[in-house]
Design a protein around this ligand. Sequence first.
Ligand SMILES: CC(C)(COP(=O)(O)OP(=O)(O)OC[C@H]1O[C@@H](n2cnc3c(N)ncnc32)[C@H](O)[C@@H]1OP(=O)(O)O)[C@@H](O)C(=O)NCCC(=O)NCCS
Length: 156
Amino acid sequence: MNVVPAFRIDLLEGEQDLEGVLEVERESFTSPWTREMYNWELQNRAVCHIYIVRTPECSVAGFCAFWLVFDEIHINNIALRPQYRGRGYGTALMDHVLAEAKRLGAKRATLEVRTGNTGARRLYERLGFYVAGTRRNYYTNPVEDALILWRDDQVG
Ligand SMILES: CC(C)(COP(=O)(O)OP(=O)(O)OC[C@H]1O[C@@H](n2cnc3c(N)ncnc32)[C@H](O)[C@@H]1OP(=O)(O)O)[C@@H](O)C(=O)NCCC(=O)NCCS
């Protein structure tokens, strides 16, 4: 893996960050979450946490959104802009999120991933996530199964 150049990870703050997240969504997913969905999420910042990767050139190079539900985190979305992928930012962002979640009292983490998303799956496996189940035809556009991953006993 390449050395990660200078970057910061911050909590989402303000309209410009949200606009950046929406751009990353549109650049990354065939069914991106909309502004309305994020506005709804952001009404409850005790549950919904969104972290942003900032580089010197890009104020929102990527993000990760998760819910904190009792002692679990549910990672809803993680993405980097295409030109920032494969440089270690995703790993750094997940490490940060898992450490923050632990600090907030989480003991387990879960997420769903397309079966064919081998890059993301490799990243999650390396971080200690394991496959706990499958949701048939969970995704649309294209239709694909979801793998349900969990990570227990957070040590991040
Ligand atoms: C998945 C994603 C968040 C990973 O972030 P990243 O910054 O590219 O990941 P890293 O650079 O830290 O690399 C982590 C691993 O994923 C691999 N990888 C994943 N997607 C990759 C991509 N598009 N290009 C290059 N490598 C990729 C890397 O090879 C690396 O594996 P390795 O260390 O075993 O070689 C990012 O690629 C992305 O935004 N993908 C599109 C959106 C998406 O699929 N999100 C996940 C939904 S569940």
